[in-house]
Ligand binder design. Structure first.
Ligand SMILES: CC(C)(COP(=O)(O)OP(=O)(O)OC[C@H]1O[C@@H](n2cnc3c(N)ncnc32)[C@H](O)[C@@H]1OP(=O)(O)O)[C@@H](O)C(=O)NCCC(=O)NCCS
Length: 248
């Protein structure tokens, strides 16, 4: 797969195939909107958010909420400019953009070459202007966030660090008012078709809300990490070519 443009900005990133109707690439100009209407509100109900932004009995102010949304937007922009993440948004039949999915390919030299090309292409296009000065929202419990991130990363390395050609799903969010209408499934179908086409295995750290969705697409649990407020499970989807198993 040869590309000169960032994967997230290029419908041709998934080979020569056209994207399904209503599923579109994500651009930097989409980031603020997606963070405000999709990613931030969708993640608010999850255990990871509660761990990162603890607020026992206290409502966040509008300013604090805005700061969290801005942080999400920077994350989406960084994913685009990093050139490594495939990002897709999905549109409801009423025309509203209501969902976001992202994934990266681990352990694939061909993808690494694409990544290097993408980085060069993005640099040429946007220079360093889009590079965020890293900052953190004041409401973030930095210590809890770093601890959880390190633990999840360690588990990820233990589970897939020794394997090649893995599709790791990094973002899956549907705007709350549009959930349970099959849109998450459409995004998953899109990702899984790509996985199967390339003979890839799939991997995701599933939130409790995501477990049913991933199970529907053949993901099986290979482990679970339970913390007081963070029951995340690692899920693994076997590739189409063989039935190699990994330990949990
Ligand atoms: C998980 C999520 C992406 C699913 O999107 P969706 O558009 O609602 O999914 P679908 O309508 O295609 O439903 C897929 C399956 O998931 C189930 N599901 C959807 N939301 C769920 C929830 N909050 N809790 C439990 N199951 C849920 C549906 O019932 C359906 O299963 P079924 O077909 O057996 O009934 C969406 O709920 C979301 O954005 N949640 C918050 C963010 C999150 O947790 N993302 C996953 C991170 S790994």
């Amino acid at each position: 797969m040869a590309m000169a443009t960032p994967p997230s900005n290029s419908p041709s990133a998934l080979g020569a195939r056209k994207l399904p109707r209503d599923i579109e690439p994500v651009f930097i100009a989409d980031a603020d909107y997606l963070a405000r209407t999709v990613d931030s509100p969708a993640s608010e109900s999850g255990p990871l958010f509660r761990l990162m932004f603890p607020r026992p009995g206290v409502e966040f102010s509008e300013q604090q909420k805005d700061e969290i949304i801005r942080w999400h937007a920077e994350g989406i922009k960084d994913a685009i400019t990093g050139g490594r993440t495939y990002l897709r948004k999905i549109r409801h039949s009423d025309g509203t953009v209501v969902g976001l999915a992202g994934w990266v390919i681990e352990g694939c030299p061909e993808e690494q070459a694409n990544l290097n090309r993408n980085r060069t292409a993005i640099k040429a296009k946007v220079g360093n202007k889009q590079k965020s000065n890293y900052w953190l929202p004041g409401t973030l419990d930095v210590s809890a966030w770093l601890k959880m991130s390190a633990a999840l990363k360690k588990e990820r390395h233990r589970t897939i660090g020794h394997l090649d050609n893995i599709c790791r799903i990094t973002i899956m969010s549907i705007r709350p008012e549009y959930q349970r209408q099959g849109l998450g499934s459409l995004l998953m179908q899109h990702i899984c078709e790509d996985m199967d086409r390339h003979g890839r295995y799939g991997y995701v750290l599933a939130s409790p809300a995501g477990v049913r969705l991933y199970s529907k697409f053949g993901f099986e649990a290979v482990g679970q990490r339970s913390r007081q407020v963070s029951p995340y499970s690692r899920r693994w989807r076997y590739g189409p070519k063989d039935g190699r198993r990994i330990g949990g």
